[in-house]
Structure formats: C-alpha cells, structure tokens
Design a protein around this ligand. Structure first.
Ligand SMILES: Nc1nc2c(ncn2[C@@H]2O[C@H](COP(=O)(O)OP(=O)(O)O)[C@@H](O)[C@H]2O)c(=O)[nH]1
Ligand SMILES: [Mg+2]
Length: 347
C-alpha cells in the first residue's frame, strides 16, 4: 500500500538516524503527591505518569487494547503486521511516521523471530521511543533571565490556556512571570488572559483599545526589565494561519524582542491541538517556515483517540515536544518525557 512513499522516506530516515541524539528529559514537575510513600524524586514523576495515562486513555484504548485483540493467539506474520500498520494509522500516527515505524518493526520482527504480542508491543514501544528521543531538544534555561517565550498557533488550539498553565507552573517554582496580551485582534482575548493572570497571580501587560500587538510586546519587554522578571510569555493572535498579515505581525514581534533583549525570543512555541490531528500539520509547516519554531506543545490529548498525532508531528517537523496539555485546568500541563509518553500510550 505504501511501497512508493516508503522508498522516499527511507532515505530521509537514514539521515535522521545519523543526527546527534539528545534525550528529552523533563524538569521536575511541580505537582506533589504526599500520599504515596516513595523516594522524593520519584513522586512527581509518578504523579505525572498517572495524569498522562488518564489523559491518553482514549488513544490507549484505540492502540493498546486493539493491539492485544489483534494478535491474541496468532503468530506474528505479515497479516498481523499489516493490521498493526492500520492500527497505527488509526491512532493518527500519520502515513510517514507509520511507514518509518513499520519498516523498522518488520526488520526487527524477522531478525528476532518475534512470536507473541508482548514482544511485538515491546518492539513498538522501543521504536516509538527512539523516534521521539532522536529529536534534538533545547531545554528551557530558566537561569538566564529573562527568558522570553513567544507562543503561536491558530485560533482555538489552546495558546491562552497553555500560557495560563505555564504561568502557574513557573510561579509555583518561585519564578517571577509576566504575561503579554499581544492578541489584540479579538476583544475577548485580553480578558481571557487577564483571568489566567489573576489565577496564577502574575503580572499582565495589556493595552486597552490597541490594535498594535508589537506595541504591547514593546511595553511588556520594558516591564520585564524593570521588574527583573524571570519569564515573559507572549500570547499572540491566531487568525488564519496563511494570512500574510498574521505572519508579518509575528515576524515584527520577533524583531522587537530580538532588538530589546539579547538572545530573545529564547523559545518560539507552536501550540498544536491533538483533536485536529493531521490537519494541523499543514498549518504547522506554515509557522515553521515563516517565523521559525523551536518547540511544540500538544494540547487536548485528553479529548482524542488520535493522540498518536503528537508523535507524527514531532517526527515530521523534527521539533521537540516540551509540554502536553491533558485538560482545561491549571494543573493539566505536563512536561514531556518520551519514555513516559510511550509507556502511557502502550501500557
Ligand atoms: N480538554 C482540553 N481542552 C483544552 C486544552 N487546552 C486548551 N483547551 C480548551 O481549548 C479551548 C481554546 O483554548 P484557548 O486557550 O482559548 O485557545 P487560543 O485561541 O489558541 O488562545 C478552550 O476552551 C480551552 O479550555 C487541553 O489540554 N485539554
Ligand atoms: Mg487566545
């Protein structure tokens, strides 16, 4: 079915395999669970895993449970592998990523003479993890203050919500956070960010009745300097991704931050909504091309059975996922860890 495209992507994979690998490890999550008796360092990790597992429930049912029933009692033959391929497509891993995976799985299954479902699951686990860990990630260096983060993405993907969650996370870690309301396109956008700023107890920079986002960013950069803040999170508009005005506006914001603070923006985050699945990929490519993106945050994993799209997007864009959104509440943002993500997907 995918023979032609397979050859095409094989070459690409070979290049990716040669790339330097840096494993993504999360910074210590802030959520503590005092009820579990475990060594200190394990507690946030365990809590994060439980929350992630819950968030990925729909996808896990689609992938893991069906994998079990697919293979039950059968030998791992070509027919089974074909069905696995369909399963991966069904979990929205995308054609390209599925083909990469299936090439490796077919090869290994033959080499290792795989017999049972447990071994197949383990192989799938390792190959998924290897795709994610081979993507270079630049950690968020909170020591080099101020750290400026420009948050982008189309309307409704969860930019403002994610900024609220990040603000909560960083203040809980004792950081001084400033939010910038640079989505001046919709009147309600500033109000929404204001509510999050209050909830998280952080400073908000806004300009009422302004339609000049770059001017708001300029003010915010000054506030950050004056207040000696640690982090600036810039919320932006997301109207029509292919609208040249939006891209020009983002480029202008980027230029101003570069001019005002050395090394800024330290991260340009693209927010992607897992519910829109593969459709989000085309939009994502526009952002990557036009403004340059350094990190991904995938939201709404709790609302879809197609959470595999997170792996597909990271793989196709070769960009690291830094956080994942698993709900609408302030605590529902988790630092991304490749191993835990794959564990939660397949357990
Ligand atoms: N279930 C779920 N909903 C989310 C998540 N992140 C954001 N949302 C919801 O998505 C909707 C759009 O979010 P918003 O932050 O306004 O998107 P923006 O237009 O990109 O700023 C809101 O109703 C949020 O509550 C998530 O991780 N899970
Ligand atoms: Mg918004």
């Amino acid at each position: 079915m995918f023979e032609k495209a397979k050859k095409l992507f094989k070459r690409q994979n070979e290049t990716a395999d040669q790339a330097e690998t840096v494993e993504q490890t999360p910074e210590t999550p802030l959520i503590q669970d005092d009820t579990v008796e475990k060594p200190e360092a394990d507690v946030p990790k365990r809590r994060f895993f439980t929350q992630l597992k819950e968030g990925l429930k729909k996808t896990r049912t689609q992938l893991s449970d069906r994998l079990q029933s697919l293979v039950g009692g059968r030998n791992i033959d070509d027919a089974v592998l074909e069905e696995l391929e369909e399963l991966l497509i069904g979990a929205d891993l995308g054609v390209q990523t599925t083909m990469t995976l299936m090439d490796r799985i077919r090869e290994q299954a033959k080499k290792q003479r795989l017999q049972d479902v447990a071994a197949l699951r383990e192989l799938l686990h390792d190959e998924l993890q290897s795709i994610l860990t081979s993507i270079k990630a630049r950690p968020w260096q909170l020591e080099n203050k101020p750290m400026v983060v420009l948050v982008t993405g189309v309307n409704g993907v969860g930019k403002t919500t994610t900024i609220g969650k990040l603000a909560h996370r960083f203040t809980s870690e004792g950081k001084k956070v400033v939010l910038c309301a640079a989505d001046t396109f919709r009147a309600a956008a500033t109000e929404q960010l204001e509510i999050w700023a209050q909830r998280a107890g952080v400073i908000l920079v806004k300009k009422d009745d302004s339609n000049d986002p770059a001017a708001v960013v300029f003010d915010a950069l000054n506030t950050v300097k004056q207040a000696s803040a640690d982090i600036l999170l810039i919320d932006t508009a997301g109207r029509l991704h292919n609208n040249p005005n939006l891209m020009n506006e983002l480029a202008k914001i980027r230029r101003i931050t570069e001019r005002e603070i050395a090394g800024a923006p330290h991260h340009v985050v693209l927010i992607l909504d897992a519910v829109t699945g593969q459709n989000g990929l085309h939009q994502a490519k526009q952002f990557v091309e036009k403004i340059g993106v350094s990190d991904l945050i995938v939201t709404k994993l709790d609302g879809t059975a197609k959470g595999g799209v997170a792996v597909a997007i990271a793989n196709e864009l070769q960009l690291p996922i830094q956080f994942v959104g698993v709900g609408e509440k302030m605590e529902d943002l988790l630092p991304f860890d490749a191993e835990q993500f794959v564990d939660a997907l397949l357990s």
